[in-house]
Design a protein around this ligand. Structure first.
Ligand code: GLY
Length: 417
């Protein structure tokens, strides 16, 4: 099977590595890719937001399966364009991708599906902002109603900071969503979804704030671990039955059936799981940890979704033990990152590339905010963490930073439901 992966980040590198372990995958291509993906696939410098360019590339490499990683091409309808000309494609239509692309659409689908989520109000007029803020908080949750790579969300006990973020979004012409704050530890549950068929992967937990002990601004995610020792075994089934399956069915009912990866971000509160957000693609950096434990052939699983045969896929098999991903970020991330710095030690086992490229001298240099995602595995969380941090210690990138506490609260038994 010849597979084309769209996207250049850490989750795409993880998907490519997973695909290399599937004996049915004979040929791997990626667009545009990065310095790390070039070691396992052929990189193609193609604009992945252009449906025309992606279709042309899929034809050029004679792809049997196209896997779309990032949300932007999905929201723009790149999967629709590929399917229209007959390519088996892993990734939802533009209509279904609104579950991530528009927070207001996601709320509407959840209300119709009877799924627990935060109470929310859309504000699209600055004159209505103050009154709306008075109906929420503290704590305030203010979201940009559009794609913002995880950085459009501000969660704060400070009304002035909440107001400032909302006013910025409105000034740039985006409506904002105010939400009630959901208490409880967060879980990312990724599900393969093909219409009404839902197959969950292992649950993971992201660490969204930039600093240790959840301090500083939100990021796209600074690290993750899987599985979750504190999560009751039946909770995954509960999330599938009460959250993901009803949402998948509601999308089918609306004629926007989902085909791809539906990512539920949930808070596990006293009354059970409640949805924080949905995404229409694999999450980053949870994917790097989750796929490190997948034993089943990844290409076969993604192809089953793409060809509408997920109901025939054998149950997924997983390694015992745990996996941890730690993101190495560039100086100043999540602000405008410093780029162009030479990285050493980035070609080692477990080092996945997110924002890297080769310069004219052939050195690997930083080319984005989240630069690397370093994965460790082991018999338990403690061993997986130790391996991830050992691997990080061998990497040099001037000005870089990473969290030192990924998975630590879980390891120390400080998370409970
Ligand atoms: N884990 C955060 C995201 O992928 O959006």
């Amino acid at each position: 099977m010849r597979v084309l992966v769209i996207g250049s980040g850490g989750r795409e590198h993880a998907l490519l590595l997973g695909l290399t372990r599937d004996p049915s995958v004979t040929d791997l291509h990626v667009a545009p890719g990065n310095a790390g993906t070039a070691a396992v696939a052929t990189n193609h410098a193609v604009d992945v937001t252009s449906a025309e360019a992606v279709v042309a590339l899929a034809r050029e490499v004679a792809a049997d399966l196209v896997v779309i990683g990032p949300e932007v091409p999905l929201v723009l309808g790149v999967a629709d364009a590929l399917r229209a000309v007959g390519f088996a494609t892993f990734g939802p239509s533009a209509d279904a991708a609104r579950i991530e692309g528009s927070k207001a659409f996601a709320k509407d689908v959840m209300a119709a599906a009877g799924v627990r989520t935060a109470h929310a109000e859309v504000v699209d007029n600055p004159a209505k902002l103050d009154a709306a803020l008075d109906r929420f908080g503290p704590t305030w949750v203010v979201k940009d109603d559009g794609l913002a790579a995880g950085k459009g969300v501000v969660v704060t006990p400070d009304r002035a900071a909440a107001r400032a973020h909302a006013a910025d979004c409105l000034e740039s012409g985006h409506p904002v969503l105010l939400e009630s704050f959901l208490d409880g530890p967060e879980v990312s549950l990724f599900c393969l979804v093909d219409g009404e068929n839902v197959v969950p992967l292992l649950p993971a937990q992201d660490h969204k704030r930039v600093g240790d002990n959840d301090t500083g601004p939100n990021t796209g995610g600074m690290g993750a671990y899987t599985p979750l020792p504190w999560l009751p075994a039946e909770t995954v089934t509960q999330i599938v039955d009460d959250v993901v399956t009803p949402v998948a069915a509601e999308l089918v009912r609306r004629g926007s059936g989902f085909s791809g990866l539906l990512y539920a971000g949930l808070a596990i509160g006293a009354d059970g799981p409640a949805v924080v957000e949905f995404n229409c693609r694999f999450g980053d950096p949870e994917t790097q940890a989750v796929l490190a434990l997948l034993q089943s052939p990844l290409g076969e699983a993604l192809n089953a979704v793409a060809t509408g045969t997920l109901d025939q896929l054998p149950p997924l098999r997983w390694s015992d033990g745990a996996a941890v991903t730690v993101v190495v970020a560039a100086e100043n991330y999540p602000g405008t990152p410093r780029t162009g710095d030479v990285i050493t030690g980035a070609e080692a086992d477990g080092v996945l590339h997110a924002g890297t490229k080769r310069n004219d001298d052939g050195d690997i240099v930083s080319a984005g905010g989240r630069v690397l995602a370093v994965v460790g595995t082991g018999a338990d969380l403690e061993q997986a963490r130790a391996q991830a941090y050992e691997r990080i210690a061998a990497i040099k990138l001037a000005g870089s930073h990473h969290r030192t506490d990924i998975g630590k609260a879980a390891l120390e038994g400080r998370i409970s439901v």
